[in-house]
Write a protein that binds this ligand. Structure first.
Ligand code: SER
Length: 580
């Protein structure tokens, strides 16, 4: 029986033999996508190769890509642990052609890998195609798939798009039939959501580009983007339909059972599943530079961590548990993902600190929750105020409270929660009195409230793409800045360091993604609105920079280097003066 690690090697090895470059997984925080929270599929790092904006010295690539789906459009968090196939973290195997081969090669490659290299019985497989794609149907027939196992689908299920804009095209999917002991029907049937027929591989024929106004153009070159869920393939090759019973995840479940001295298959089974899944996403996110915080990506991480920690608590753990499971994860995945080995001490420390802190309020919060439920009586929703108190005083993210209520068949009044949150923000604003500094102007607090904190990417990169959330000129928000104008730009994420701790802010450049000739010079970066919002002071050199648009950001590297050196020199000077 092949292990998950064997399957990964088989996949990459097969495509390497077919002339593909084995490219490492890109980080979970995308550098080349202005709006995506986490990398959620293999093609993210190659997005600009399909549209021809970027070229590399290879035309065929293969990857094992780490993916997180725990925020934004693809959010699986609520179901994790309770189902056979939901994860916050998973690996997507893929092969890619950038204007090189197309359907006639991609389909036979996939079929050979699945039926010969992985030895999956052909009679257990069926495929779907986009209803008008006769060419794909012919190729499938040629490799030996009978007509009645080729299903035409006329919905967007077989027309893949990465989002409202970007490269897209018709796709063909391979399904595995787990047999009639499971309920479910073939794709396209009313019972398709059952557990019997499971999609294992999606091959996208990238041939179009979708634009914001809804129009679509044919791309100059035809490309291939595929995505195979390795956990699903491991499951079927290991004779199960449950991803959590595969060797890799099972090892984590056993580590969780060991650390909590409990039975991996006993009444605490779901807790172990949640812990195993969340251990993967939290550890990989920390390895990629995300730290727990109260905003943005850091808050998604904190929510996942705390959710796992509550499940450990329910297994009766008195001391922090999560950090003790990291060695088991590194044993399983460290070879394929060396960043995990490098970051192991940081991951362990971060998990331990967060769990130690959270434990201080977890017990009291859960007691408050129980008391409140008793007081409310059967069936009533938990009032928003109570959920807000759990959030504000006890550090319970809303979804943790929801998860705790789920076991009791209860819900939260989420509207009430939002109201309580808005009320608290309004009070905080009213109580705040400005110091007269530019950074304290009310407008920055309003922006911080409305847009949330800027994600800082500058610890490990000096270039990134981001979205302009708003622009400010003469103390007021504006829709755009024109050539010759100066003002401030607030981004959703940035590699620019904002002035703080005695180190001055970064300068550099911004270019519009729509037209890279449109240039703005960034002359300074300041942290505004209580330090949450990074404001870039800009002068527009060419073009019009408007709210909502995406830009490429580039820090002035030479200047950053000098600032750093000066900053360190200042520290040395201070130390010398102290000692003198
Ligand atoms: N981009 C496609 C997907 O996410 C294939 O990789 O399924």
């Amino acid at each position: 029986m092949p292990s998950l690690n064997d399957i990964r090697s088989t996949f990459l090895g097969y495509f390497e033999k077919q002339g593909h470059q084995v490219v490492p997984s890109s980080p979970l925080v995308p550098r080349n996508d202005p709006t995506l929270m986490f990398t959620n599929s293999g093609m993210v790092q190659f997005k600009n190769l399909f549209t021809g904006v970027e070229t590399r010295d290879y035309k065929r690539a293969t990857t094992a890509q780490k993916c997180v789906r725990a925020g934004g459009k693809h959010n699986d968090l609520d179901n994790v642990g309770y189902t056979a196939r939901h994860h916050t973290f998973f690996e997507m195997m893929g092969n890619f052609s950038f204007g090189d081969y197309f359907k006639t090669e991609a389909i036979p490659f996939a079929w050979e890998l699945v039926t010969r290299e992985l030895d999956i019985p052909a009679e257990r497989l069926l495929v779907t195609i986009y209803h008008t794609d006769d060419e794909a149907a012919e190729i499938w027939k040629k490799v030996g798939v009978p007509d009645d196992r080729i299903i035409r689908i006329d919905t967007t299920d077989n027309f893949w798009m990465m989002g409202p804009t970007g490269p897209c095209g018709p796709c063909t999917e391979i399904f595995f039939d787990h047999g009639d002991k499971y309920w479910g029907g073939p794709p396209g049937s009313p019972e398709e959501d059952g557990d019997r027929f499971v999609e294992i591989w999606n091959l996208v024929f990238m041939q179009n580009e979708q634009f914001e106004d809804g129009s679509m153009r044919a791309l100059d070159m035809q490309s291939i983007d595929t995505g195979m869920g390795i956990e699903r393939v491991a499951a079927l090759l290991q004779g199960t339909n449950d991803n959590y019973s595969t060797d890799l995840i099972r090892a984590l479940i056993e580590a969780s059972a060991d650390a909590t001295s409990s039975d991996p298959d006993g009444p605490g089974k779901t807790h172990h599943r949640v812990i195993a899944d969340h251990l993967r996403s939290t550890s990989f996110l920390i390895a990629d530079g995300v730290m727990p915080s109260n905003d943005g990506r850091g808050y998604v991480l904190r929510r996942i961590m705390r959710r796992a920690m509550r499940h450990a608590h329910m297994l009766g753990a008195k001391d922090p548990v999560m950090h003790r499971l990291v060695p088991a994860l590194v044993r399983q995945m460290g070879q394929a993902y060396p960043e995990l080995v490098r970051a192991q001490p940081l991951i362990e420390e971060t998990l331990k600190l967060e769990e130690t802190r959270f434990k201080q309020t977890l017990d009291r919060g859960l007691k408050l929750l129980d008391d409140e439920l008793v007081r409310l009586g059967e069936g009533a929703k938990l009032p928003g105020q109570a959920a807000f108190k759990l959030y504000d005083t006890y550090g319970f993210p809303l979804d943790l409270t929801q998860d705790a209520l789920r076991e009791r068949g209860r819900e939260v009044d989420t509207g009430g929660f939002d109201e309580a949150m808005a009320e608290q923000k309004a009070k905080a604003r009213a109580a705040w009195s400005g110091s007269g500094e530019a950074a304290d102007l009310a407008i920055w607090f309003e922006i911080a409230d409305a847009k949330g904190a800027t994600d800082f990417l500058g610890y490990d990169t000096e270039t990134a793409e981001g979205q302009m959330l708003t622009l400010v000129k003469d103390g007021a928000e504006v829709d755009a800045l024109e050539a010759g104008e100066s003002g401030w730009v607030v981004m959703n994420q940035t590699p620019f360091y904002g002035e703080s701790g005695g180190q001055v802010g970064d300068s550099g450049w911004m270019r519009r993604l729509e037209d890279e000739h449109d240039l703005a010079e960034v002359t300074d970066t300041q942290k505004m609105g209580g330090g949450k919002v990074f404001a870039h002071q800009v002068t527009i050199k060419q073009g019009r920079f408007a709210k909502g648009e995406a830009v490429a950001l580039e820090v002035d590297h030479a200047r950053r280097g000098k600032i750093r050196a000066n900053h360190s020199a200042t520290h040395l000077l201070h130390e010398a003066l102290r000692r003198a």
